[in-house]
Design a protein around this ligand. Structure first.
Ligand code: UD1
Ligand code: BG6
Length: 371
């Protein structure tokens, strides 16, 4: 049921304050005078000790689910101190990459039925790794075959382009990082700040959704473009990849998400006064590096669209022609949840304006069950 919305994708974008609330329901402990703030993931409690003892985490998924894992990687590394390796499921299988008994392999899948991810799971099970699922569909193959896991509880997602599952996956993996890092005192203040940030996140998503009309206006400006670049780094490298994936899969416009740190190693050659470039420059430890990326793109007459936190316009705006997307600020590791929303809206409006099928993009399927 689409309710008052015209498309499922539109409905699913706008229901993210609610889907995120259900993802967190019953799993966050606010703390009090005697008890500290905490995260409780029922599906992991019997395995948490072995997870903490693992030598390495492998994050395995496809498409949007891979991007969500990429967004959660830095906070898992920070809170656990354990290295995290990213694997596209098909590529792990193509290489038969080494997987060990001391590894924890985390399988991220909305449907829980994606063939590549499922085959990678069989492979990791054969190699003796502890296998954890981050899934939306209860009773799905990946949920059943993993040793343990977390249901993201985002509710049924119908649009082929994943939106609300993406943000719920990031939140579920941030909670996973909090649960794993929960045995050390040294990061308690950081963990408390993230837990407070999670409580407030649905409200912040509600605020960023107010950019809908602004993103429609931006889509009108970009509707006839051939291609689009998106630069991000740190927590928001994933935002650049996922924003680009949204635009290419539904609006059928060539869009590339790129690591800003790689800009000078090739992509800079593409920059001219015609190609529109989205730069994500919200506040985190990479902010000053993104400021210099903006300066360098501006110096080459790049057509810039800068995403920044409210109040930062003057710090990121090199010229009058720069277009801004101003978003509310949240805890750095949760900022990808906020930052993807305007890009989802942009992809949606571009698709409608270009006259393409929003919920069933050409040649794509919601769940790819053959290799
Ligand atoms: C569970 C119940 C929830 C109930 C709550 C009350 C289910 C599906 N969930 O939620 O309805 O309100 O207890 O305490 O009945 N799992 C995997 N792989 C996955 C995902 C999950 O193995 O990819 C396993 C988990 O390890 C766990 C079970 O499935 O054993 C349920 O997981 P989850 O729904 O996340 O657990 P709870 O949040 O505790
Ligand atoms: C398909 C979908 O390609 O599978 C994508 O069109 C999705 O939206 C990808 O991200 C992975 O699916 P899942 O269900 O494993 O998360």
């Amino acid at each position: 049921n689409k309710g008052s919305f015209e498309h499922y994708m539109q409905k699913e974008i706008h229901e993210q304050p609610e889907s995120l609330t259900t993802t967190m329901r019953g799993r966050l402990i606010r703390g009090g005078s005697s008890k500290g703030k905490n995260v409780l993931l029922g599906g992991l409690k019997d395995h948490l000790m072995s997870i903490r003892r693992s030598r390495r985490f492998l994050f395995i998924g496809c498409g949007t689910s891979y991007n969500a894992a990429l967004a959660a990687r830095p906070i898992l590394e920070e809170l656990s101190g354990i290295p995290v390796t990213m694997e596209i499921a098909s590529d792990l299988l193509d290489r038969r990459g080494p997987v060990y008994r001391e590894d924890t392999a985390v399988f991220v899948s909305q449907s829980g039925e994606t063939a590549d991810t499922l085959n990678a799971l069989e492979y990791a099970l054969d190699n003796g790794a502890l296998c954890v699922g981050i899934t939306n569909a209860v009773g799905s193959a990946i949920a059943r075959k993993t040793h343990c896991g977390v249901h993201i509880n985002a509710g049924c997602e119908i649009g082929v382009a994943s939106t609300k599952a993406y943000t719920s996956q990031i939140v579920a993996m941030a909670m996973l990082a909090l649960a794993i890092g929960g045995d050390t005192i040294s990061n308690q203040a950081r963990r408390d700040a993230i837990i407070d940030g999670l409580f407030d996140l649905p409200n912040k998503v509600r605020e960023v959704l107010k950019l809908d009309q602004e993103m429609k206006d931006l889509a009108e400006q970009l509707v006839a473009e051939q291609s689009l670049l998106m630069f991000g780094r740190g927590y928001n490298y994933a935002t650049a990849l996922e924003g680009a994936l949204k635009v290419k899969e539904v609006a059928l416009m060539h869009t590339e998400g790129m690591l800003a740190g790689e800009m000078k190693h090739g992509p800079l050659a593409l920059v001219d006064e015609n190609l529109p470039i989205v730069v994500i420059a919200t506040r985190d430890s990479c902010f000053s590096k993104q400021q210099s990326v903006i300066q360098q793109l501006h110096a080459r007459k790049g057509r810039l669209i800068v995403m920044c936190n409210r109040g930062d316009a003057a710090s990121v705006c090199p010229g009058e022609a720069t277009r801004l997307i101003e978003v509310p600020q949240v805890e750095d590791c949760l900022q990808p949840v906020i930052n993807i929303v305007p890009l989802q809206l942009l992809a949606y409006h571009l698709t409608v304006l270009r006259g393409y099928n929003v919920d069933q993009p050409r040649n794509l399927a919601k769940s790819v069950t053959t290799e």
